[in-house]
Design a protein around this ligand. Sequence first.
Ligand code: 5AD
Ligand code: FES
Length: 346
Amino acid sequence: MSCKEWIDKLEVQPLEREEYIRLLSEYTEEDRLYAQEKARKIGDHYFGKQIFVRGLIEFTSYCKNDCYYCGLRRSNQKAERYRLTEEEILDCCREGYALGFRTFVLQGGEDPYFTTDRMVSIIRQIKDAYPDCALTLSIGERSRADYAAFRQAGADRYLLRHETANAAHYRILHPEPLSLSNRIACLESLKELGFQTGCGFMVGSPGQTVETLAEDLLLIRRLNPQMVGIGPFIPHGDTPFHDQPTGGLELTLFLLSLIRIQQKQVLLPATTALGTIDPKGRELGILAGANVVMPNLSPVMVRKKYSLYDNKICTGEESAQCRSCLQKRMESIGYTLVTARGDYPA
Ligand code: 5AD
Ligand code: FES
């Protein structure tokens, strides 16, 4: 079969592992554009020209993990650490609400300061103050009991990228005690507890191959998540991966298209990392099949400190600037930002 035939097949059924591998090894620019056309048609069919926005609040830069790729890893002595107070988090929501955000994403490192009780208190306050908004958590691996408490307190969605579906590759990216099996167990718990759940991975992470990418696409098919977050790997100067190459733009765009074709209604962001490796990265991401953008709502004071990778964009802009910047960018390609929770279609 040819790449175009595999792309056609993907629209009706998943590919075999070998087929994904050959597609990812053999595709040409023409095939990529073919996938992009198909992905965009599927996206427009389900979502029209509407792009959902999520207000991202990076509320702690402390992390107990030591992932080799991430600037917030605990061994990075140069990382500037901060925690927002409850009041500061609620201020971000107030500002975001006024700007039309109806989803807030609380993202942070794995910070033990934010105990179950502290998280539950923050979740309750946000959901009490903004009952018409969705609340997404992105705070890594916790116990199933914690996840249940967060859900009970009113959190609606949870993002936990799986990072890679291949256990050996997972080990290249993360020292112990992290493991792929625990990561997948967490994702399964989150789904069972009724969270709209997101997984995802970095494109071009050290050790990634067409084989591991094939496994990523198969895992995504199996988990069938409501959200998938992918963006290019970007080296951070103060990590062990400082001299590794940045993930490719075209490969990221191709994978966005394949995920849209395979997962149809999935909520798929054009990420900040994509906007960082190319000035038009997020626009290109939307045109390749993404339907979500996540402007930064964190206080400008702390933005540079939440440094996952080098040269991150939007660290000097106020939330209002970020939102209007994105609005203009989306309008420039014929799309509009909408004020809506933007849930996964029931
Ligand atoms: N480059 C790109 N993405 C990164 N992330 C962490 N470090 C990097 C990096 N150097 C991503 C991971 C994580 C998400 C919050 O940010 O995939 O899950
Ligand atoms: Fe943040 Fe453009 S989206 S400044």
